[in-house]
Design a protein around this ligand. Sequence first.
Ligand SMILES: NC(=O)c1ccc[n+]([C@@H]2O[C@H](COP(=O)([O-])OP(=O)(O)OC[C@H]3O[C@@H](n4cnc5c(N)ncnc54)[C@H](OP(=O)(O)O)[C@@H]3O)[C@@H](O)[C@H]2O)c1
Length: 229
Amino acid sequence: MTTTIPNDGPIVALVTGANRGLGRRFAAELVARGAKVYAAARRPETVDVDGAMPIQLDITDPESVARAATTASDVNVLINNAGVSTRAGLLTGEPSDIRLEMETHYFGTLAVTRAFAPVIEANGGGAILNVLSVLSWLHTAGSGAYSAAKAAGWAMTDAVREELAPRGIHVAALHVAYMDTDMASFVPADQKTDPAVVAKQALDGLLAGQPEILADERTRAVKQRLSQS
Ligand SMILES: NC(=O)c1ccc[n+]([C@@H]2O[C@H](COP(=O)([O-])OP(=O)(O)OC[C@H]3O[C@@H](n4cnc5c(N)ncnc54)[C@H](OP(=O)(O)O)[C@@H]3O)[C@@H](O)[C@H]2O)c1
């Protein structure tokens, strides 16, 4: 499959949660590839990516989302990266944490997608990447709230891909296991991948038109087991 982003065309990207972690690496990698980059963050003053333009965006705040889509009106690539991990269990966790996971990974990501799809379409088409997880498919008690929200994100990604394909917008998912970011600070170093490497790999896959980018061995093994169960 070929992408709807011309290989030699200018990329104008917006990355959510670009002030740290994987989002910061996405923004830096896009700048390195010559793209114009909006580095979106709840607190834009915390963005530290040379060559990127900070922009305010809280993906759970409808006014903030609408404002960003108006300001960044030349975007043709959207990276839905922002996420939270409360580590709440579904029966014992705080209901507010369970809601936050869904508000962020599902409703927030969907709100940004709905706001930017017409923008990308008006700019001649492009691509959207949703950052998901191996936990979209691996549903353990200890990460119940997060897994349920990422599983919802997986279903959303597939449905929106079908909806946006006729409008010239390619939609992909990145599934990945532990990366070396604040979110996985409790995980031993030898079990984490470098988010800079994951960002490169994900952009290569997105711009090549892949529907799913599986970033590591663990993620590929878990996905493969789905078809055996
Ligand atoms: N790290 C892992 O092991 C791992 C594994 C699989 C998937 N992922 C996924 O990878 C993505 C990036 O995570 P990360 O590892 O880079 O985590 P991180 O270092 O904790 O960064 C999370 C980012 O999301 C932002 N964010 C959270 N809620 C937001 C909101 N409502 N509006 C806008 N921005 C918001 C944070 O902004 P603030 O600075 O304002 O909090 C921060 O920039 C997430 O979708 C995560 O679920 C991570």
